[in-house]
Design a protein around this ligand. Sequence first.
Ligand code: CAA
Length: 384
Amino acid sequence: MTVGIDKIAFHVPDYFVDMAELAVARGVDPNKFLIGIGQDKMAVIPKTQDIITLGANAAAKILTAADKKEIDMVLVGTETGIDYSKSAAVVIQQLLDISPFVRSYELKHACYGGTAGLQQAKEYVLNHPDRKVLVIATDISKYGLNSGGEPTQGAGAVAMLVTNNPRILELSDDNVFYSENVYDFWRPNGHDYPLVDGHLSNDIYIEGFKRVWHESNQRHQRSEKDYAALTFHLPYTKMGRKALQSIFPEISEAEQNRLMECYEESILYSRQVGNLYTGSLYLGLISLLENSTSLKAGDRIGLFSYGSGAISEFFSGRLVEGFKEQLQPAKDEAALAERQQLNVAEYEAMFAESLPEDDVETEFSDSTPYAIRKIAQGIRYYNQ
Ligand code: CAA
């Protein structure tokens, strides 16, 4: 029996700011953001949308009425939760009208939460092959205006349906994981933005990748030749590129070129959105699968997941015959192209807006699907 990703989709906010314009406004050479960071556009989210609306919109793109009856678990990976106690998963389950006979909960380990959900989903479906698990990775990445992390912000969600006999990617049982207690990026309770040691985080990410990559090759008797493509957590697209290049001294030029070509295909969407935190690796996977001209059934794809704090995990899966038919490249490209561009002043104004204090009842007029329509006594009410 095989278990893996049967359906996958992403959702990003309707607004973006151009990175070259942002660079000029910040007095920085645009090539620092475009090449040095590797980002063209950055998603901007209005106050009436949150991790729940992003996650619900992503999942709504893949779920049928039949799926909603066969789902046993709704797992939401996030590091920008909206409640210390209540799980976003149960709100999304209700918004999407998924059977209430589900186990729903949130998972946290910085950008790793989506991968934790995916692995739990895989293990559950292995034991319950006739059931399905919905995994959602949803986040809003904010470091603050004029901060060092500002060009690496973003927002969005990826939803994955994990099933028996999946039609996209069969997950292998080859995970190698490594955890170490590091303060590279953290957000103590009460802080609106993370505290981040940016250059340390880059180093830990690269070291983490090399460690689990080498360990995986040793444990499974594999090399780069066994992988049609490697995909990476993408806090910004230069980061995954640096990690991939860190193993180049060990591999032939032909293999470097082959892997780099696939890497370029995997970052096309992230370049236009920015960091999705938990969803970034999976947005990269969608971008690769939708834009690759060389991938075929049976190919092995390697996935590197990184969560600050820190955990590194490398695992892989094999593409299934007909995987392209389960994807929606035209719709995805249209969704990215149809977003509204904000100038820097508009971005700053949208960024600064926040929901009112919990006990002030307020109604909103955002009519987009699942947007927040009202807040009262700490409860967010959504369009349905
Ligand atoms: N043209 C081309 N390139 C230029 C340039 C120019 N004019 N000016 C600068 N650059 C290059 C630099 O050479 C540098 O390249 P390398 O990384 O290859 O050396 C790159 O642009 C970035 O320049 P700096 O290192 O000077 O940038 P910075 O000090 O402003 O910080 C950052 C960059 C550390 C990523 C910062 O934006 C940050 O802290 N971001 C948030 C943390 C983060 O995303 N960390 C990633 C790993 S942690 C993780 O993955 C979890 C997560 O999602 C947060």
